[in-house]
Design a protein around this ligand. Sequence first.
Ligand code: EPZ
Length: 430
Amino acid sequence: MDRIRIKGGNELNGVIPISGAKNAALPLMIASLLTDDTLTLENVPHLADVEQLIRILGNHGVDISVNGRRERQGESYARTIHFTCRNIVDTTAPYELVSKMRASFWVIGPLLAREGQARVSLPGGCAIGTRPVDLFIEGLKALGAEIEIDSGYINATAPKGGLIGARYVFPKVSVGATHVLMMAATRARGTTVIGNAAREPEVVDLATCLNAMGAKISGAGTSTITIEGVSTLSGARHRVLPDRIETGTYAMAVAMTGGDVTLEGTDGALLETALEAIRRAGAEITKTESGLRVVRNGGGIKPVDVVTDPFPGFPTDLQAQFMGLMTKSSGVSHITETIFENRFMHVQELARLGARISLSGQTAKIEGVPKLKGAPVMATDLRASVSLVIAGLAAEGETMVSRVYHLDRGFERLEEKLTRCGAIVERVSE
Ligand code: EPZ
């Protein structure tokens, strides 16, 4: 199994190209199930999760062709992928596939909208929390679906003539359930109004793409989304938006190590709350023509408290990385996680590098230390692993991060991007 070896202590200087967003690419790919035309997605990142979803979509009958030519605009490695689903050949998403990647559960929306039925495995728990699917079930029921749970599977059936538009207010904000209900409603009869919808940029990106396919969606990006159902959707060409979590991660890495890095091809508007926290910690962040410039020259890292929240709040997907940054602050900071109940698995690993962190319920108290010291570490999820990489970059000596497959799910060419900016990072294969 691959590991990543980091020799800490170097500043980061240079340019890091920001990839297309994993969490936008996945629902966009799933949207290809809604039409028998070709959906072409540009700027798709090359990640393990994308490859896994390609296999899952293939199973449902989507024909996929990847344009292997790298888009050498700037230093992007993005790919253009064409998805064509003339016929859905299988409406079942089996446990073996869904348990590997939760987002594949989201196929339930398009399958139900297009075929009137879906049998999708319940995803089960995961490393960061129990992650139930009750909101998906209630939302789809509101559109008239009949749902029963049988042997670990959800069997969903639309009424004769298809799903029916309705008003549904989510009792809790969910990104995935918003994606699914929005996709399902595009082809329902009549108008659907989703209240308390997720406002994440990835929801807006999906709505933009669906509208390009002929859907009639308004209000995405606000907490009320209105969808007027249409009978068919066509193909479209859409560019995946930049990855705000990758952007924030590298901005925090620079804040941690010091240096001067331009994050190319990104947009600060996608993560204002996180950028503000990084600024308060002591980094200068400015908008440039090609993206964002992050600078920290001299000066220590100041303690900053954050609380995770749905967009536009501080993203849970940057919580672990921010904790990495705070381990070296000049005082005491607090980080409260409100989205997932078990997203502190990185705490014990950061402690192995010398961090001083104590947990009380959903809040971590971080007492900054003057230096971290490299050690072997491992992590249980994607964002936790990258927080260890960030801490390792600023630690003295060698840090060896194992279970790199977590990183490969969501960070494209991480070692290469960091190495080009002066970090000493290498992948060690065994
Ligand atoms: C998306 O997950 C992201 N995944 C996650 O990123 C991200 O952490 C999360 O949104 C929150 O921003 C993708 O986009 C592929 P939710 P999702 O439904 O949609 C509860 C990463 O590292 N909930 O918004 O699964 C749930 O348990 C990943 O890239 C219910 O109670 O998250 C959580 O507490 C990890 N019932 C909260 O809502 C439900 O039916 C928000 O989860 C659904 C969710």
